[in-house]
Ligand binder design. Sequence first.
Ligand code: NDP
Length: 282
Amino acid sequence: MTVIMDGKLTAEKITAEIKTEVSALTVKPKLAVIKVGDNPASQIYVRNKQKKALELGINSVVLELPSNVSEENLLEQIYILNEDTDINAVLVQLPLTEHINKQRIIEAIEPIKDVDGFTSFNFGRLALGYQPYTFPCTPKGIIRLMDEYNINLEGKKAVVIGRSNIVGKPLSLLLQRQNATVIMAHSKTINLKEHTLSADIIVSAVGHPNLITADMVSEGAVIIDVGINRIDNKLIGDVDFNTVKEKVSFITPVPGGIGPMTIAMLMENTLELYKFQKSLGL
Ligand code: NDP
């Protein structure tokens, strides 16, 4: 029988523990989110992050900057947050507007406040097999959800579709840490189906509805659907859920799968950064 992996419930369990821990703290952790422009999806993501932080007793502040903000001005805001001892975690909501050099902005975040784990310091440590201050939220949430369902990754063949810096690439590194054999697929991959058919675990992080169909998966595979696609005002993933679920052992739904896990990991990372900074007397 197929197990529908409940990311919402798992995330609620994790955040309930965070809430308890935060309630015992006299000084609360504080997350700063920078949002540039008025991308509608970003508005929703930022609002959800703020709402979750509030629910858990984590303080948060959102800096809303206009879409024509200069790169220098944006950098200045990050430097201020880096210096502010009340702020434990800094997040720049992506995507940024075209005229801004994303890499330069992310690199400006102090690694010890880099709640997304996107700076080259933290990402480099992840790649080298060392301990970063934080692991990127979506990949961390995927690993945590599979762990919750006792899915053993050792020796398993995992096909990760999508090689972005925020999902595919860091996830492939985390899967390797768990001793999975990882294949990275992307838009130039030839005959994706050949790879997915021999995979024990398939993660799709692309943003194409129905990219993964039942004929592409083997019986008993584990399917993690990271994709978010808005079709007719409804959210769907990359996987043709209804047909694929008949064949596989585990599958995540969209919504209610990786999305809530990502937010839970953001809250966990905020708390972890706070505790680490306190342990250093900062
Ligand atoms: P990007 O657009 O940065 O990356 C997409 C990746 O998919 C690229 O590596 C691209 O290949 C690859 N790709 C595109 N078309 C194909 C194809 N036909 N076959 C195989 N690979 C293909 O996206 P993100 O990583 O930022 O996000 C991916 C999806 O995950 C989106 O739908 C996004 O909304 C969602 N998402 C969900 C989150 C959650 O919390 N649930 C969090 C973050 C993202 P190439 O490199 O060659 O261009």
